[in-house]
Design a protein around this ligand. Structure first.
Ligand code: FMN
Length: 250
């Protein structure tokens, strides 16, 4: 137990000058995002500047935020989905001649070592299934369908049935190499801190569109990685969050 406490400390920074990293070895930087599979169907999302959603006072969104585990059967619109994706990983600018990105969330060294997968159950005009967000193009890429996804995601989240009942489920993976390339063993604590910002933005963005979410940190690592067809080493799931419209309380 106590060895694990070390992970939360910053001691490794003192060794950073002597640390062997990909960047110091002048290895190529890992790609900013995973490419879509060849011939994958792409869905254009609503651009931030064309999307009128989310225009509520920040103080109201912060004040209303809570973990919400009950969702209505309502579908989300494409504009709502676009707003949530922009809020959590949306691109603001390309930096350093396209070698890094500035996004709606901070990230140590602008590494953004995440991929956003979406298990879509109910979004207007979108076939249910598994998708990945492509922040550089603000597009969704269709990966595959499976009518059993809702049950399988709940099962992978240790039987938390509400997870599969969302209109969609965010599932964030990490590709640690993206951060290790610059920070070596310092990278992993930063990845854990970074993903918290992503999910917090999701909480606030949900409040702004009459939806709710709940962070999910309790899941079966091997099961969820297998469900998303990840190797569990170079890429694995780090966090999840179902999203749904709030039940009518009137
Ligand atoms: C890192 C993290 C992991 C969490 N994992 C779960 C989870 O697996 N299942 C769940 O129902 N809630 C989970 N939660 C939600 C917490 O239970 C919730 O934030 C806490 O009870 C406080 O409630 P509030 O968010 O409504 O303020 C998690 C929250 C965080 C930040």
């Amino acid at each position: 137990m106590k060895e694990n406490r070390q992970f939360l400390k910053a001691d490794e920074w003192l060794n950073f000058a002597d640390m062997d990293t990909g960047q110091k070895r002048k290895e190529p930087m890992p790609p900013l995002q995973k490419p879509c599979p060849a011939d994958a169907r792409l869905i254009d999302l609503v651009a931030f500047n064309d999307n009128p959603l989310g225009d509520i006072p920040l103080r109201d969104a912060i004040n209303a935020r809570k973990s919400r585990r009950k969702y209505s059967d309502a579908t989300l619109s494409l504009a709502e989905l676009s707003f949530l994706l922009w809020s959590t990983q949306g691109l603001q600018a390309l930096l350093a001649g396209g070698k890094a990105t500035r996004r709606t969330v901070p990230s140590g060294g602008a590494r953004h070592a995440f991929e956003s997968y979406l298990l879509i159950n109910r979004v207007e005009g979108i076939e249910p299934g598994l998708y990945r967000y492509q922040p550089l193009e603000h597009q969704l890429c269709f990966l595959r369908g499976d009518p059993e996804f809702p049950e399988r995601i709940s099962e992978a989240c240790l039987g938390q049935t509400f997870v599969g009942k969302g209109a969609l489920v965010f599932i964030w993976s990490t590709i640690p190499e993206r951060a290790e390339w610059r920070y070596g063993v310092v990278a992993h604590k930063m990845i854990a801190m970074d993903v918290g910002h992503v999910c917090q933005n999701l909480y606030l963005a949900c409040e702004a569109i009459g939806a709710g979410t709940c962070a999910i940190g309790a899941y079966d690592q091997a099961k969820i990685d297998a469900l998303l067809q990840m190797d569990g080493e170079d890429e694995y799931v780090i966090y999840a969050a179902p999203v749904g419209k709030l039940p009518d309380v009137s």
